[in-house]
Design a protein. Sequence first.
Lengths: 218, 275, 223
Amino acid sequence: MDLLRFLPLMLEGAWVTAQITALALLLALVMGFTAALMRLSRYRLLRGVATVYVEVFRGTSALVQLFWMFYVLPHFGVNIDPFMVGWVALGLNIGAYGAEVIRGAIQAVPKGQYEATIAVNMTRWQAMYRVIIPQAIPNMIPPWGNLSIELLKATSLVSLITIADLTFRARQLNDRTFETVEIFTLVLLMYLAMALVITAGMRLLEHYTSRGLGRGGI
Amino acid sequence: MLKTIENSAAVTQAADQNQSTPPMVRFDKVTKRFGDLVVLNALDLDVAPNERVAIIGPSGSGKSTLLRLLMTLETPNEGVIYVEGEPLNMMPRNGKLVPADERHIRRVRQRIGMVFQHFHLFPHMSALGNVIEAPIHVLGLSRQEAVTRGEELLEMVGLVDKRDQRPSQLSGGQQQRVAIARSLAMRPDIMLFDEVTSALDPELVGEVLSTIRRIGEEHNITMLIVTHEMGFAKEFADRVCFFDEGKICEQGPAKELLTNPQNPRTQRFLQAVLG
Amino acid sequence: MNIWDWEFAWRIMPLLLDAVVITVYATVLGFAFAAVFGLVLALMRRSHRPWISLPTVAFVEFVRSTPLLVQIYFLYFVLPEFGVLMPAIVAGILGLGLHFSTYCSEVYRAGLDGVPRGQWEAAVSLNMSRYRTYRDIVIPQAIPPVVPALGNYLVGMIKETPLLSSIAVVEVMQQAKIIGSETFRYIEPITLVGAFFLVVSLVAMMGIRRTEAWLRQKVLGSH
């Protein structure tokens, strides 16, 4: 079967896709939390910077951001390798969406919880990371699950800046062979499989965190 | 329990003096369960043409389920419901009764109308729009005919000046009267009233009850009325059925049963309701 | 060489604006397709016949879980194998439409689920058919509340149109790349493209928020 001939290259591509997804997700989490907390800050400057970040990265297209970093940054003498451009651009993009998810989840924590932290004289910072964020996390997980799927799908864009991910391999094999139907079907199924893994992982995480909260609440 | 069933059979026969015409509605050993909960337990009930039956009983006794089964909003687990001798939830095929298909149900259901506790008017249509929607699209009336019929009915329920108002601009009592007009516009032979005044503010109950009285005077319609208004039941209904735990516990002519109940459970219920 | 050349930016503007027409064209047609087919999918998913609803669920989940870029390739490279030949722009619009129809179908689903049960029961009591009930009673009530959510996906779609550059449709992103490769200046064209999308999304978001406020007021005002 010809499919077996394709498989090694495709698996190589899938591994690149998985790496970019993981690295970008980490960056998105960091950016998301940072921007969300900045947007909830008392300081106007911090709020302003975070708002500009969120609006710019949500408002311009992911592919435009990717191309900008790929084609324009070298113009300023900044030379990063395409792989890093790939995960950084996607991480920044998803991070902007994630910031809104995190902000929403934090704001959804009942007001009484804030008031209770003031009553026990916690600092704002203590209140945030000891009381508010732990309660907000279970609410964040389902939307972050969706964002992770969006990220996985968006990683296919890195094939357009010469990175040999799964989509890149599909086009490469398609140009070399005439097995178009088999190649693209297989690639779609491999993406589906990765998406299912992410969904399953998020379910587990959701189960684990909400159980933890329930126990803490008793 | 045995005595109750005999009792109901006796009443049924009394109501069904003319044996050649089938009852307008017949429940034949109808059972309805929700999971493990038996809501109606092998219920038998006959309603004669043009008879007005009030159904009373504590909440959860299965009285609304009775109406919902007849309206085909629920399907019985066992038993057959007949509308003037014709099975509703079942249909004959090769000499046997099989579960009815959508076509059969729609044909038989055509004769039944229902008014709900919470009105369920269509919020995106005017009062007149609510009334003419089904006559046009289900009965196939022309718009002109439907509007004429709709205006007559709105006139009857005293709301012709509100014809262009949306339901949200009407009071609860007005909404319920539009709902009654909407149901009447289909010219049903059987009308079901499911606690139609329970969601209304007390001062609005009267207008809805007098509308029902007026239908009773002007139309020949068989009526099944689930209600908590005992005074209304006493003067309007021909017969009262007291439901408890999925069964008809006691039934009889309205004035008799409500003034002089025999069954201790009926007595207790009426005492609690009438205070 | 200065970092930003206003004169160059000004010079390439007409070229980019010409390409914006293609971007808008693809978005409008793609979204029209998504909005209509999404409703069809939502209704199929609610069908009582499992041989209709189950494949619909599988289709929606599959399309939502796989990259739009690969789907566009699939339409562009695979369909010709079966004798279906189409210009790149058509494959692109079809890809956008199919992909977003699955998102729209979830939006409609929420809208349809939001119509109270009593509305269905009233329709049954008037002996209306299922088709008539959907057409006159349920769909007219299900759609207005979800218009803002659909609007979000319209904005989402316009930001995905640059993907059509991958099959050589000369929409605004592809035009920017062409300009870049011919002049060796990428900063102006790509930044302008980014600014275009930013302005479009910010304006659209404002419009969506207005619509939301209007809908909320309409609901509140009706009580």
